[in-house]
Design a protein around this ligand. Sequence first.
Ligand code: CMP
Length: 152
Amino acid sequence: MEMTFAMIKPNGVRSGLVGRILERYESAQLSVCAVKMHQMTSADARGFYAEHVEKPFFPELEEYMTKGPSIMIALGGENAIMKVRAINGATNPAKAEAGTIRYDFAPSMTENVVHSSDSAESAAREIAFWFKKEDVYAYDAVSQKACCVLGR
Ligand code: CMP
């Protein structure tokens, strides 16, 4: 059992893709352990994307991420980090494999519809960035058992 953080970015929410994206994660035997809708402030964007603040693409990223609400999700399951990265596809949609979320729905590198953690360290940081520990319900859809990785 592993946990990861995923986000449906503002254009995914605005385009009505929330249900279809969650369906892809849940169909891969991943459980929703926490979820919330939130419109990022500039301070949120600078904190969440701290490693990118000095990069040339950051102003465009900040504008995109603050222009509407996103869906923040903690997902749990076997190999959750790599599974969600595979389902999302490459950061650059032009390089994403057919059948991935970014291949199917993302219009550009910046507006790439979804985010997911790239390592266990990032997952722990990103889940803690958006959720209080007691609001993460670690639950394994396969065994139907609470597994208490984070939270209760
Ligand atoms: P994400 O996986 O959320 O991580 C950083 C985000 O910055 C990325 O998705 C894109 O939305 C955006 N971005 C824009 N340009 C680049 C780039 N050249 N490299 C990486 N990320 C980029």
